[in-house]
Design a protein around this ligand. Structure first.
Ligand SMILES: Cc1cc2nc3c(=O)[nH]c(=O)nc-3n(C[C@H](O)[C@H](O)[C@H](O)COP(=O)(O)OP(=O)(O)OC[C@H]3O[C@@H](n4cnc5c(N)ncnc54)[C@H](O)[C@@H]3O)c2cc1C
Length: 298
């Protein structure tokens, strides 16, 4: 028996894309294809019956910078962004406490935490093909980029035939339901150009190659006042503890020992009730937060 025919469309404009999608509501956007087909490991791969290949939509390949934001098209591949990060890296300061307390305020184009995350995703060949949009929109896994984009307060632009809306990465990844509506496309990621003086990225590999645990610790100071701190943890879900952040925001550096311990206790309480996180992961999160918060304390 003949194999059923697949339809593959290469729209060159959003009009064309959305009108094709209207005709074939079951059509699936195809970016780099590494999530759609990359894990099949068979000689004959299963493709969605109708494919909307996003490659010819020039707008989705663009990276632009305004005074306040870096905007990344959803079809930009992971290595392109790594390369851009390397160009800007020389302008950024280091991440030890010494640097943190005396940091220059030079906004790097690609935040270091994002570059580090990208460099730790799979191998170079996969990163040449896999796109930002595919990593964010996978329905199978909560992939790694959810962590830095949440920590960096990224916004995602979602477009359909008649609407366009911006949603926060935090909401997109933690709302507990699929935020992308049917026939809706992620078009751009908008990142505020904001300099973090202290940034730590930790990836814990676990048994599932595709579902990594990540901890991000970011802090910013102005004249030795801690003006912003963010701790984000990702596994199959995204966690951010805003009450904990409020304990330290606005405090003088170095932090007192007591303040650091209060922060730690707050995280312990926050994690204590979560049945979706293993004891092993809770211990790993706490010991990493402990290490970082004590670097900022006396
Ligand atoms: C061997 C291997 C190792 C890997 N290791 C890691 C790892 O360590 N960390 C990690 O984070 N990931 C890892 N991955 C996953 C990889 O990062 C993703 O497969 C990749 O980012 C998906 O991007 P893509 O462009 O190939 O997406 P595609 O496969 O083309 O699409 C993925 C999904 O997103 C949808 N989609 C794509 N673009 C859009 C858009 N613009 N709007 C709406 N929906 C869209 C598609 O319809 C599809 O459902 C690994 C994958 C492999 C095969």
């Amino acid at each position: 028996m003949d194999a059923p025919l697949n339809h593959i469309f290469f729209p060159i404009s959003f009009n064309e894309l959305f009108s094709t999608w209207d005709h074939f509501p079951e059509a699936v956007p195809y970016a780099g294809g590494t999530d759609l087909i990359g894990r099949q490991g068979k000689n004959i791969i299963n493709l969605p019956k109708v494919i909307l290949c996003l490659d010819k939509l020039a707008e989705l390949h663009r990276v632009t910078r305004t005074e306040q934001y870096l905007e990344i098209g959803s079809m930009v591949n992971l290595n392109t962004l790594i390369r851009l990060g390397k160009i800007s890296r020389s302008a950024e300061t280091g991440n030890g406490r010494k640097d943190f307390l005396a940091a220059e305020k030079t906004p790097a184009i690609v935040p270091k935490i994002l570059s580090t995350c990208l460099e730790n995703i799979a191998g170079i060949q996969l990163r040449n093909t896999a796109t930002i949009g595919g990593n964010i929109c996978s329905a199978s896994y909560l992939y790694d980029l959810a962590a830095p984009f949440t920590a960096l307060d990224a916004q995602y632009e979602l477009r359909s035939a008649n609407t366009s809306r911006w949603v926060s990465a935090l909401w997109f990844h933690s709302s507990g339901e699929r935020v992308l509506e049917s026939q809706e496309l992620l078009t751009r990621v908008r990142l505020p150009l904001y300099q973090w003086d202290y940034s730590i990225y930790k990836k814990f590999r676990n048994d599932d190659l595709f579902s990594n645990e990540i901890l991000i610790f970011l802090a910013k100071a102005q004249k030795n006042i801690l003006t912003d701190i963010k701790v984000v943890y990702k596994a199959n879900t995204i966690l951010r503890n805003k009450n904990g952040e409020d304990i330290l925001n606005g405090k003088i550096l170095p932090l007192s020992r007591k303040m650091a311990l209060d922060f730690l206790q707050n995280w312990q309480d926050f994690l204590g009730n979560r049945s979706d996180i293993t004891e092993f992961s809770k211990n790993a999160i706490i010991s990493n937060i402990e290490e970082n918060v004590f670097i900022l304390s006396e």
